[in-house]
Design a protein around this ligand. Sequence first.
Ligand code: ZN
Ligand code: ZN
Length: 83
Amino acid sequence: MASHTHKVDASQYCAQCKLGWHGRISCAEFRNLSKDERSREDILLMELARNRGWRRCPNCKIFVEKIDGCSHVSCRCGCQFNY
Ligand SMILES: [Zn+2]
Ligand SMILES: [Zn+2]
């Protein structure tokens, strides 16, 4: 089997940036992601986070749920950041 028989599903690629599938994440946002954050799971998690209003810890990159009425978030890694 020759390796060039591998087919790419067109629906898995963004028509605009052609970098890959990135769901509803914008092309610019997707470009800013590092290579290891571009998996389908990561994109889906990012979409979920957006829908739920989660914020991402700038230190350890996990998503942290906002507590109502507070704009200050503490991550389990000890990092604190503002919403
Ligand atoms: Zn795109
Ligand atoms: Zn953290």
